[in-house]
Structure formats: structure tokens, C-alpha cells
Design a protein around this ligand. Sequence first.
Ligand code: NAD
Length: 360
Amino acid sequence: MKILVTGGAGFIGSAVIRHIITNTTDEVLNVDKLTYAGNLESLNPVSSSSRYQFEQVDICSRAEIERVFTAFQPDVVMHLAAESHVDRSITGPSEFIQTNIVGTYNLLDVARLYWSSLEGKKKASFKFHHISTDEVYGDLPHPDDVEPGSELPLFTEKTSYAPSSPYSASKASSDHLVKAWHRTYGLPVIITNCSNNYGPYHFPEKLIPLVILNALEGKPLPIYGKGDQIRDWLYVEDHARALHTVVTQGQVGETYNIGGHNEKRNIEVVETICKILDELVPSDKKYSEQITYVDDRPGHDRRYAIDSSKMQQELGWVPQESFESGLKKTVQWYLDNAQWCENVQSGNYQRERLGVIAGE
Ligand code: NAD
């Protein structure tokens, strides 16, 4: 199968491509603009495969996307390219509107014309898989805000959209466009909405890698508000496997929620990382002494939690990694891959791709 992956140099996209090239015989074309979040070093384990190609392309460029579809003739599209950092969306929403909404529109419309031109089996099996977030659903009641013992709801595929941040609003918009291209034009689409991912190759602006690297460097470990926000964490390799399962076995027109059943308060996440580091890299002080509380993010969602029973029942997918085992693997990965972290923190990962010698 020929898979066109957008955003394959990002955190989840690179995990998807490593998974596909390592575990299947599929061929991948990765199109990525290489924003600050795109790092080709995350593809080093598979970049020499003859089944992998990369092109630096902005999904907002219609001409470029048309050229890519014509040249590669994909069997399926897995669309992950996006601006993905909530804090950045609050300080500068414009790129989020462009890439997440206009870029998705562009891809959908080129995919529609391409799919219309196909014939036979290739047309019948074509799928446009849009990768989205559980943040489109807004937030859920928090255990601290309800009567003790009350049942706490989960996000299901039928939960209404109520995005809170410019990021989640832009992803919600893109989901609606995808649904409209299915309903209006018949484009064979599938949507997945996933909870927070963590794991290797995660850009260190996100909570888990930020805390690991700051802890090791003796810097403050910033916690928004009281740190009581609840997120449902999924190991990125479990997500990558889920996405390949969906694109190969999922039903066209359907939405699948993907989550890890790991509801954790942010403070618990940070304390667990500190405990793992206390064991793996002992120092005179406990790492938790570096925890620092900072002003909460405006509009910060209180709780996310995913019901992924449809994925389990219909497609037989279950996460393999528990939160504790996944977090240990993640911390160990950051300890073993100091060069990847150093290249990201120094900006060398961006200079290298522009042909500038690292360290100059
Ligand atoms: P990321 O920020 O790590 O990677 C995004 C990638 O998209 C980068 O490689 C970037 O260069 C590329 N990109 C950005 N703008 C582009 C453009 N205009 N044209 C082409 N490429 C462009 O993001 P991620 O964490 O890997 O997330 C991937 C997808 O999964 C996103 O759509 C995100 O909304 C969704 N998602 C993420 C999470 C999570 O926890 N990280 C959870 C659920 C869903």
C-alpha cells in the first residue's frame, strides 16, 4: 500500500512512519513543511529504507499538494500535519488557522479531485484518514468539582464539540471540514480523536519531555495552577499502531476515539517522572524539589478522558503500554538520546536540514 503521510517529521507522524516501515511492507511518502516541530532526525531509524521518501511541502500550497498526489498516486492519506501546541495557539493563533483549517481544506479538496479520477479497486479502497484530538470535545467534569462517588463521564464518538483554545477550535474546524467532504462529496474519510500522547522524540516544549530535561538540568519544573488538571495519557507507539489499524481496517465515514485509560493529574505525572529520575539518576536532592507552580493557562481544560471501547470492540486494538511502563521507557529514552535532545535544544536539528554544518 502507498501511504501519503502529512506531518511525518513531527512527534506522532514520525512514530507512525517508524511503525509502518518497521512492521509492514507499505511504502510511505512523508510531506512536511519542517516547522520548528518537524525534525527529520526522528526518522533516522527508517530513513534509509527504499520504502520511505520525504518531501518538504507546505500543505497550504495547492500546487505542491496537487503535484504530490499526481506523482505519488497514494492508496491512502494519513493527515497529521498541524500546529499542535496549545500555548502557542494562545499567543499566535494565525498559523493554527492557516495550517489546521486552510491546509486541511486544501488537502481535502485535492484528495477529492484525485479520488474522483481513480477507477476500480484503487478508487474503492482509497481513504483519507484525518488525525485529530480529544480536545475538540472541550472538557469534562473533574472529580474535585462533583459530589464524591458521582459517575464521571468519558468522551465518546457522540460527544458534542465544545473546543476551548484556538488550537482545539482549529482542529474542530478541520474535523467538520472532513465530515462535510464525506457527506457532500462522498470522499471516503475516517477521523480519529486521540488523547494526550507521550513517548520518545517528543519536542521538549510539551509537559513530559520538558519536565525530564529541566529536571536533569536543575531547572524549575513548571506546573500550571495547582497541577490538578486531568489528562488521559497514551504511549505514542500505541497510538501509531492504532492509526495503522484504523487506516487498514476502519470503516469509512466513522470516527474512532483512541485513549490509554490513564487519567492522571498533571502533578501526579510530574511527581512520577521525578521518582523515576530519583531511581535512574540519583542526586543529593529529590527532583520533586524543583517543582514550581506558575499562573494557570487561560481557559485551561479541567479534565479529558476517552472512551476507546469502539476501537477495542470493532478493531481489536488495545494499548500495550501501562502509564508507568511507558513513562519509564520514555525517561530512559531521553537519557539514552542526549544528542537528539541537544540538537533540538541548540536548534542544530533545523540548521542541519538547511545544509548548515551542525555546531557552526
Ligand atoms: P507536532 O507538532 O509534533 O508535528 C506536526 C508536524 O506537522 C511537524 O513535523 C510540522 O513540521 C508539520 N507541519 C506543520 N505545519 C505544516 C504545514 N503547513 N505543512 C506541512 N507540514 C506541516 O504534532 P504531533 O504531536 O505529532 O501531532 C500530530 C497530529 O496529531 C496533529 O494533527 C495533532 O492535532 C494530533 N494529535 C496530537 C496529540 C498529542 O498529544 N501530541 C494528541 C491527539 C492528536
